[in-house]
Each structure stands twice: as C-alpha cells, then as structure tokens.
Design a protein around this ligand. Sequence first.
Ligand code: AMP
Length: 178
Amino acid sequence: MKGEKLDTIKNLIRTIPDYPKKGIMFRDITTLLADATGFKKTISGLCEPYVADTVDAVVAIEARGFILGGAVADRLGCSFIPLRKKGKLPYKTFKQEYVLEYNSDTIEIHADAIKQDARIIIIDDLIATGGTAEAAVKLIKLIGGEIIGAAFVIDLAEMGGRQKLESIGVGCNVLVTY
Ligand code: AMP
C-alpha cells in the first residue's frame, strides 16, 4: 500500500495519553473505523499481502480484531474464527495465558475451530509486545493450523512484538508504525 494511503490511515488514529493507565499512549482506532474511506483503506491494506495467496481462514482476536477480521475474511472470501477472552466460547476450548502491555489475560479457541493444515492469517488492530499474537500462534498450531502470516493496523515498534513473531516464523504485515 502506498505512503499516501498509509498517511490517511495514520491521521485518522487518535492517540489518548495515559489511558488506561499513566504512561500508556493508547492508539484509538474508533476514529479510523468511523471514517468510511479510512475503514475501507484499512481493510484493503490488511488484505493486500494475501490477495494472491490461498487463505482458508482469518483468526482474529477479541475485541477490536473482530471488527477488522470479519471484514478481511469477507474480502478474501475465506472463513472467520474468533479467539475470545476466557469464558466466552460455549463449546470445548483450548486456552492460552499471555501478558499484555498493561495487564495479563487468557484467550481461548474452540477445539474444533480449525481444519488440519488450514492456511490461516491472524488479524488484530495493534501489536505491542506481541504477547497476544504469540498466544494466538500457539493455539492455532496446537489445533493443526498452518499460519501464513499476521497483519496489524498498528505496530508499536519499540515494544518488539513484530520481531518476537518473526523469530517464531510468523511474517508480519503492518500498516502504520509508532
Ligand atoms: P501485545 O500483546 O502487547 O502485543 O498487545 C496487543 C493487544 O493489546 C492488542 O489487542 C491491542 O488492542 C492492545 N494494546 C496494547 N497496547 C495498546 C496501546 N498502546 N493502544 C491500544 N491498544 C493497545
């Protein structure tokens, strides 16, 4: 995606200092989603690296990942698999704990969500330390998925998440970097 379009996306992201706690610069994508052109460009940018590839499913992370991941799956013509916070999925699940920039949590996936060797892309709004995405990678591999990449709107570069994912063999595509 060209620099001009990426600038449009970056300009629509709102930064809220000291949320949810002091010292965190919260990158708020609600202002981007509220702009029809910005939202469309974002979905195009997330899909672009994979349009010529075979993608069987998008795995997206609750909650902001769902907004983007659903649209990406529709655009790529593949299925959508939710990774949810603990206790939200009704059927048998596998769980993975992870540490965030400002708390820790557990995500779950339905035990039968992924067909063996299905080609998966991971979608979320932002990668910081990479802890959440790494937990997603572990769950997807555990139930037999083949991860062909991960895409994020925002990379908080100094948090090192992208390198962490790439060091475990997952290529990342990001639209804007802070
Ligand atoms: P991490 O696991 O550290 O890569 O954190 C990524 C997850 O935490 C994403 O799902 C983000 O939505 C959220 N997150 C972490 N840091 C921020 C931030 N500074 N602004 C907005 N969301 C964040």
